[in-house]
Design a protein around this ligand. Sequence first.
Ligand code: 2P0
Length: 312
Amino acid sequence: MQTKKATASASSNIAFIKYWGKKDEEKIIPMNTSVSMTLRDSVSTTTTVTFSSQFPKDTLVLNGKKEVGKKLEKVSQFLDVIRKKFAVHEHAAVESQNSFPTGCGMASSASGFAALAMASVEALGIAIGKKELSALARRGSGSACRSVYTGFVTWSGSFAEQIYEKSHWPELRDVIVVIDAEEKKMSSRDAMKRTVETSGAYKKRLTVVDDRVEVVKQAIGQKDFPLLAKTIMEDSDEFHACLKDTKPSVTYLTEKSYKIIDAVRRMNTDQVIVGYTFDAGPNAHLITLEEHVESVAQNIKECIGGVSIIIG
Ligand code: 2P0
């Protein structure tokens, strides 16, 4: 039996300027440019893919648990894209492990599909460049196309590109406050479609977001932390306002999320040391500099009980 096997790892990323909405639903082409920072190994996925003509169908083991429902379907659809693109006929066995605790409420589609794309092309012996790899990962999940790079990344159109290496600003960290361990009730995929179709605030966002992309790029380039923090908080607020304006509205933030926003404002009274950003869930990403990581984490633990913290 001839098998083709490879293992790859990719880290999750946090969007400083959020991707939300698609121009093309099937191909996953974004409505707006996004900017992100790829996180560390503490928030990563390691995936082993084995292709074999002996396998009657695709299988998925996620964090040691055999998956049969929607998760397997999504992986299988992605493998179909690979099979079609590279004229591959074998099914695959996919084994994936996240570095963060199972069910901690952390999204893993970005790191998951980036690792799966990387492991798949390696297993199949396909030599492709980074842009092509990014475009491939995109077909699994939009945000995954940013996770094939480390450092600071921008995505518009069919692939993402690195704008700065991680070494450009290694002190920049993400203190992730895990509030809710539940899987979110409404998927990003369904929610963003609804926002595009129904929100007036979203239409307005599309007219201003490119300017904000430039400001964030400039803030990263100049390592201007106060400007970066101010701009990512603005973008997160605007993103969640668009969700609220969606009909029917979408709510991801909880009471604890708002308590964290208050705590961030208090921490920034004398000097801007931290900026918050929230994705499609209640967990807070507190962007700060290495020297403030401990005090930010400590402050949050004192203000809000029942949360766990991951440093990304
Ligand atoms: C982002 N998010 O830029 C934004 C901000 C959530 C909020 O990308 O449908 O799982 O697979 O392209 O990538 C989450 O959406 O959605 C996301 P699909 P994805 O990180």
